[in-house]
Design a protein around this ligand. Structure first.
Ligand code: PMT
Length: 404
């Protein structure tokens, strides 16, 4: 696969050389485009030597002392010949120019001409990253469907400590790999994913819910689609962009989620239940808004149906992956759920720390498998975690078939 790597002007530009090497190791052919500012930090020669290709540095080239457009259609040609665009480091300036469609150099012109997936790896000073203008630009770019990675926290070149470090090149390469669909090992599979919370009405205007954002489930759907699967995503109410090429079935309550899951069960070959389904609901929801009085109010809650357990009963030879959100005894609880709900794998999710689990961009999980194997995955973005879950799911299925 051909990847065009844009290098922005930041102190982390030198790390892009390592990224080139890692992408090449994963089988990508890389064309580097550098901004003028990037060339202040690293010489184009470094990338030319690594890639064996001329580095594109400008929109206008000199010919006989005259400035001419390097080629009137060069940015169009590069856009058409590459399947993915990665920008690392993506500076605050580049994020702003991409967000607002400014095209005053080769990289920003190429961005407008490019129609494939875009991965942006930001790096900048903490205040610049947290500035409302940058955050608004990041939101815009994410809404456009681009993958904007979270910068890492730590000491920065400016002397500050905080978010703003370029994500490690290993992690950028892993995200590119996950999105590139280089591994088509899920081709022919239909993956049914559940995501997000459910909302259980109390009256026409109030509901009970939880803090699930849907990010984990959406990352699983995105990763499965990139690996060639047909994906059905049964999603509770979330505020996320639908992953490309995925069929999304929107539901609100646990009962609606159960119905949607059972409706699509027949066609599924792998089921991943990442949704945080409400365990209780108000069985008889009043027709009118409950009036406020000085009295105490008690709600009578009934358990919702356990969708995972029901799917476990009906699963046949489908691969069933459940999740377990726990605050303690992670592996023991996951084992208990694996047995009681007849799962093949349970993804045990420690949900205490705020930087992982509910709502976070990263997750740290332990995989507990029917074979008895327990694998602790390192903390990583939800997309990377999703990729690792499918890596293990594919291996697990082979092991289970071999054991039959
Ligand atoms: O959405 P994010 O903000 O990205 O957060 C991700 C997450 C923390 C929600 C996710 O990683 C996670 O852990 N999901 C499972 C949350 C949960 O409800 O765990 P549980 O231990 O209560 O449920 C165990 C399993 O049973 C889950 O697979 C759940 O989908 C399923 N279940 C639960 C209740 C119910 N009535 N029906 C079910 O199918």
């Amino acid at each position: 696969m051909n990847v065009v790597l844009g290098v922005g002007g930041g102190i982390a530009a030198y790390k892009a050389a390592e990224l080139v090497r890692l992408l090449q190791e994963r089988g990508f052919s890389v064309q580097v485009v550098m901004t003028l500012a990037a060339q202040e930090f690293v010489r184009p020669l470094t990338f030319a030597a690594l890639t064996g290709k001329k580095v594109i540095t400008e929109l206008f080239a000199s010919e006989g002392g005259e400035q001419v457009l390097a080629s009137a259609v060069e940015h169009i040609r590069v856009a058409e010949e590459h399947e993915m665009m990665v920008v690392a480091p993506a500076t605050a300036d580049l994020l702003a120019r991409f967000a607002h469609g400014l095209a005053n150099d080769f990289l920003t012109t190429l961005y407008l001409a490019f129609t494939g997936p875009v991965v942006l790896a930001p790096a900048m000073n903490t205040h610049m990253w947290l500035h409302p203008a940058t955050q608004a630009n990041v939101r815009l770019l994410r809404e456009r469907g681009h993958t904007v990675m979270e910068p890492e926290e730590g000491p920065l070149a400016c002397g500050m400590t905080g978010p703003g470090r370029l994500p490690e090149p290993q992690r950028i390469a892993a995200v590119v790999h996950a999105l590139a669909g280089k591994q088509r090992d899920l081709e022919g599979e239909t993956v049914l994913v559940t995501a997000g919370p459910t909302e259980e009405p109390i009256d026409p205007v109030r509901f009970i819910s939880n803090r699930s954002s849907g990010k984990m489930g959406y990352a699983l759907a995105q990763a499965a689609a990139a690996r060639g699967a047909r994906v059905i995503l049964v999603s509770g109410p979330v505020n996320l962009i639908e992953p490309y090429g995925v069929r999304v079935v929107r539901v609100r309550t646990a009962l609606e989620m159960r119905k949607a899951v059972l409706e699509h069960l027949e066609e599924a070959t792998i089921i991943v239940k990442a949704a945080a389904v409400a365990d209780y609901h108000v069985a008889r929801v009043p027709e009118h808004k409950i009036k406020k009085t000085a009295m105490r109010l008690s709600l009578e809650l009934e358990p919702t149906p356990d969708i995972l357990a029901e799917v476990g009963q009906k699963k046949g030879d489908r691969l069933l992956i459940g999740f377990a959100a726990e605050t303690e005894n992670l592996v023991a609880e996951a084992r208990r759920k694996l047995e009681s709900k007849n799962c093949d794998m349970v993804v045990a999710n420690l949900v205490g720390p705020e930087e992982t689990g509910f709502g976070a961009d990263e997750n740290e999980v332990t995989l507990v498998m029917r074979t008895g194997e327990v694998v602790r995955l390192p903390r990583a973005s939800k997309l990377e975690v999703a990729g690792a879950i499918f890596d293990h799911a594919v291996r697990l299925r082979l092991a289970l078939h071999a054991a039959q």
